[in-house]
Design a protein around this ligand. Structure first.
Ligand code: ZN
Length: 318
């Protein structure tokens, strides 16, 4: 069995017809992996990377080394709508073709902007001098997919040559994230569902409501039950086995985080901002507030906290 065979500076063959391609990013996470799958002359690219010339050139070098000509991709599957996965999709499709597939829950989702965000920030108790930072914050990066995108039907397996990929819906990290499972080969394309256990992974962004962290915990439990000998995450190295243990660590970290956030709510109640300031007093990173808000909303959904008319979080009476 092949372990990882380099085929280009940024591409490795992991198994027959399976390649990992590493692409540069823009933010603190340095790289994203996209995957090329080939079977009987058909090709699928899983994710597209960010929309920069540097990333497109790196993808071009890797695909050339693998032997993919321009127009040579049949399916361009986007695991979710975040800019490091879907940002480059329109450019990739223009050059290499392919039917672009994305879960409908992640289509046309640009999030709230401007005035809406100011109003949202006020409801979280964000002080006046910090509101502008949030009004400028673009958690979804304004991804433009172009016009040629097809809504993914999660009930229909994706067929490629002799392979068949089940679509596994894993909401939480964002509403429309999916994983692909090729049961015969034991491959799981795990997107941003399988991450370093101690990483923040759910943010309640302006414009979203509900309990995405609750959805994430539930989808993590379903993920742990999947049989996969080769797990292919978008960030970090592939995992050869050990999925249930790895996901178990992610679950424990998230559950402990939720309890920690609950412990930061004083008896007299507090705004989202005040709770978040208990974790990170300087609050230089707006995403901390969004992560705390996801935890508070989960505590509310599970009746451990309530929120009064002024947006103040309070413990429920026991
Ligand atoms: Zn993501």
């Amino acid at each position: 069995m092949i372990y990882e065979e380099a085929v280009a500076e940024n591409a490795w063959r992991l198994a027959d017809g399976l390649y990992r391609i590493l692409l540069p990013m823009l933010w603190s996470v340095p790289f994203v992996s996209v995957y090329l799958v080939e079977s009987r002359g058909e090709r699928m690219l899983v994710d597209a990377g960010v929309d920069t010339e540097t990333s497109l050139r790196a993808l071009g070098r890797a695909l050339k080394a693998i032997g993919v000509q321009s127009g040579g991709i049949d399916t361009l599957l986007l695991t979710h709508g975040h800019p490091d996965h879907a940002g480059g999709a329109a450019s990739v499709q223009r050059r290499w073709g392919g039917r672009m597939l994305l879960h409908p829950a992640d289509m046309h989702r640009r999030g709230a902007e401007g005035a809406d965000v100011r109003q949202w920030a006020a409801a979280q108790g964000v002080p006046q001098d910090a509101v502008e930072a949030f009004a400028k914050f673009r958690p979804n990066g304004g991804v433009d997919l172009g016009d040629d995108v097809t809504a993914l039907d999660p009930r229909a397996p994706i067929r490629l040559g002799e392979l068949s990929f089940d679509v596994v819906e894993v909401p939480g990290h964002c509403p429309g994230q999916v994983m692909l499972h090729e049961a015969g080969r034991g491959w799981l394309f795990s997107a941003d569902q399988v991450v370093e256990p101690e990483a923040a992974n759910v943010w309640l962004v302006p414009g979203l409501t509900g309990d995405p962290l609750g959805a994430y915990l539930a989808s993590l439990r379903r993920t742990a039950a999947i049989e996969a000998g080769l797990v292919l995450p978008s960030h970090g190295l592939p995992l050869r086995g050990g999925l249930a243990e790895h996901v178990g660590r992610q679950l424990r970290f998230q559950e402990e985080y939720v309890e920690r956030v609950r412990g930061l709510v004083p008896e007299a109640g507090a705004s989202t901002w005040q709770v978040a300031a208990g974790l990170e007093p300087a609050m230089r990173d707006p995403s901390v507030l969004l992560e705390v808000l996801a935890a508070l909303s989960h505590l509310q959904a599970t009746h451990r906290l309530r929120r009064d008319g002024q947006g103040v979080w309070r413990h429920t009476e026991r």
